[in-house]
Every structure is written in structure tokens, then in C-alpha cells.
Design a protein around this ligand. Structure first.
Ligand code: HEM
Length: 330
């Protein structure tokens, strides 16, 4: 993109959804199509040097460490346990309360809070505590929401306008500044506390496997511990990656179920059939215990899996992915 177009706005773009083009952009010639300066400049204030906002070697290094971590058995166990706990101890009571009081609730909001809490626990290893009766407002959640909204708005505003607004601390740019301060304060506090806790070397601390702790135990290329700023960027980018994507997918999924009751019936029939295969249910002794799906049962839920995939196909959580062309200046 030419400097002039980058300065004035976002005009010189080409859109494609042809799978052959996507393969070319994201796989065959991946290194020729980076995120690029326009994208990075627009989201830099919030995401700084995190995985979403870096290219080339810096991206490769983060990607490698995060991938190793994501596929580790310990990490998978942490995410599974944390989600089971969140759904049973937090989400279900909130939904039951709505049913008991015959009130209404915005499911999209609740799902966003659920995925935010889940990904915060995975990234920072702390529970922000938003998913409770009455859905209390939590400063970090509010700051994160404000910062992502104001950053997104920059993509619909000519660059020179948002840059001028940032200089003058006006409107959405003022909100962005305040929100980023809130995010940084929360992250700074968690990092400080975790450092103290890890230095105590207790059994609980040794068992921690959240992303922040993992990166705190690692060293950079010079063999030094990562800087606090870098730890903040890793976690904030990760929260952004996991929060909206999953909640948007779940919101569309339930919306589609409501429009297609036959599909809902088939999913329920599949779940009942699989759960009824449990031995303990056969002798009816454990019916009073809350039903928690086991990983091996979920793996057998083919119809549910297909319905979720179809939801993502019809309403992708990430409908647009921006890449710049390194070879040709338009
Ligand atoms: C329905 C759920 C999800 C969808 C559709 C989705 C989709 C995507 C897409 C399309 C990208 C590529 C962005 C790009 O290259 O510009 C991406 C990147 C990423 N996602 Fe997800 N995601 C989902 C859930 C999650 C969750 C739950 C996490 C973490 C807990 C996560 C972590 C990441 C990370 C760390 C990246 C950056 C990878 C990189 O740049 O190499 N995602 N995701």
C-alpha cells in the first residue's frame, strides 16, 4: 500500500474468498504477505508486540512457543478443568436464575463473559469474576472491551483523522487511552503478584501452567527472563484471540438452533444416546449427580461437531483477515 493511501485511509484493498487464493496467501507464499505496517500501526497501541501484531522472526518465535504450550497435555488439562468449572459453577447458576425468575438475558453478552473469563484464566491464571449472578461490572473486563472497540473503530476512520484525535486526546481515542491504561494496570498487577508467588516455590505454584507462568519460566535468546512488557503483550493478544472468536461462534450456533428445532432435536438425541451408554446411569444410582461430559464422550458427538463446523462455515468468527503485499506497491 502506498504511503499516501496508508495516510489517508484504507482504500486500496482487494477482497478474495477463493480457497485457492487463501491457500496462496496463507500457505504457499506466506512470507510475501505479512500483516504489514498499515495493520500493525492501527492496532499497535493495544496489542504492541504480541503475536497478532508482529511478522517474520518475531512472529515465528512467539508462534513456536505458544504452539508448543497449546498442544501440551498439561495445558489441555488446565483449559478443560477451567471450562468445566466455569460452566457448572458459574454459567449454569446464571441461566437457572433467569429461568427461575422468568426474566430475560442477552445470551450473546453471557457467552462473551464466559469466554473472556475462560481465556483470562488460561492466559493470566486469574479469574476476573464477571460471570456471577447480576453480572457485575469488572474494571479489567470493561477496559478490555473499551480498548478493543476503540481499536476496531480505527479501521473505519481515515488514518490521519484517528491520529489527529489521538494527538488531541479526543473521542474514541481518549477512550482508547483510558482503556489501555486499565488493561495495563491489571496486567502489571498480575505480573507483579505472580513473580512474588513463583519465587516462593510452593507446590501450588509449581503446578501452574497458565501462559503467563510458562513464559515467566522461559528465557529469551540472550538467556534472560522476558521483560514485563513482553509478558503483558503475550497475554493481552491471547485474550483477544480467544475471547470474541469463541463467543461469536457460540452465539451464532444457538441462534441457528433456535431457527432449526429439528437440528436441536438431533443433537439432543445424540447426546442422550452417548450418555445413556454410561454404566453408572444404567443402574440409575448417579442420576442426582450433575452431568459432566467426559472428553471421550464429546469425541463421539459427531452430529454436534458437524453442526458447530457448519455454524463456522455460515457465520465465520473471523470473517476478514488482512494481509499486505510485500512484493508490489499498489
Ligand atoms: C471459534 C473459535 C476460533 C476461531 C474461528 C479462530 C480463528 C483464528 C484465525 C482465523 C486466526 C488467524 C489470524 C491471522 O492470521 O491473522 C487465529 C489466530 C490465533 N488464534 Fe484463534 N480462533 C478461535 C479460537 C481461539 C482460541 C480459543 C484461542 C486461544 C485460547 C485462539 C488463539 C489464537 C492465537 C494465539 C492466534 C495467533 C496465531 C498466529 O498469529 O500465528 N484462537 N485464530
Amino acid at each position: 500500500m502506498s504511503p499516501w493511501r496508508r495516510y489517508v485511509g484504507n482504500a486500496s484493498m482487494k477482497f478474495t474468498c477463493d480457497p485457492r487464493n487463501l491457500e496462496y496467501l496463507l500457505k504457499t507464499r506466506f512470507s510475501v504477505f505479512p500483516k504489514g505496517p498499515y495493520f500493525r500501526d492501527t492496532i499497535r497501541d493495544l496489542l504492541v508486540d504480541g503475536i497478532f501484531n508482529v511478522d517474520d522472526v518475531t512472529w515465528q518465535r512467539q508462534r513456536k512457543t505458544i504452539s508448543v504450550e497449546l498442544y501440551s497435555a498439561k495445558f489441555r488439562q488446565l483449559t478443560t478443568e477451567s471450562l468445566v468449572e466455569l460452566v457448572h459453577a458459574r454459567l449454569l447458576p446464571v441461566l437457572e436464575n433467569v429461568v427461575n425468575k422468568s426474566t430475560t438475558i442477552d445470551l450473546q453478552d453471557v457467552l462473551l463473559i464466559l469466554t473472556f473469563e475462560n481465556v483470562c484464566m488460561i492466559a493470566f491464571g486469574v479469574d476476573p469474576g464477571c460471570l456471577r449472578l447480576g453480572l457485575p461490572e469488572i474494571p479489567f473486563a470493561k477496559a478490555f472491551e473499551g480498548a478493543t472497540e476503540a481499536t476496531l473503530l480505527r479501521f473505519f476512520t481515515p488514518t490521519f483523522i484517528w491520529k489527529a484525535m489521538r494527538c488531541l486526546d479526543l473521542g474514541s481515542e481518549k477512550k482508547l487511552g483510558t482503556s489501555i491504561k486499565g488493561v495495563d494496570e491489571f496486567a502489571g498487577e498480575v505480573i507483579k503478584t505472580r513473580k512474588k508467588e513463583l519465587s516462593l516455590q510452593t507446590e501450588d505454584e509449581r503446578r501452574r501452567s497458565d501462559l503467563l507462568t510458562v513464559f515467566m519460566r522461559l528465557k529469551d535468546e540472550q538467556g534472560k527472563p522476558f521483560l514485563d512488557k513482553f509478558l503483558r503483550d503475550i497475554c493481552v493478544n491471547f485474550i483477544l484471540a480467544g475471547r470474541d472468536t469463541s463467543s461469536v461462534a457460540l452465539s451464532w450456533f444457538f441462534w441457528l438452533l433456535e431457527k432449526n428445532p429439528m437440528i436441536e432435536e438431533k443433537i439432543l438425541a445424540e447426546i442422550c444416546r452417548i450418555v445413556n451408554e454410561r454404566d453408572e446411569l444404567k443402574n440409575k444410582r448417579e442420576l442426582e449427580i450433575p452431568l459432566i461430559f467426559r472428553p471421550e464422550e464429546i469425541k463421539k458427538m459427531d452430529y454436534l461437531q458437524a453442526s458447530l463446523s457448519e455454524t463456522l462455515r455460515l457465520y465465520p468468527s473471523v470473517p476478514v483477515d488482512h494481509k499486505e503485499n510485500r512484493k508490489f506497491v499498489l
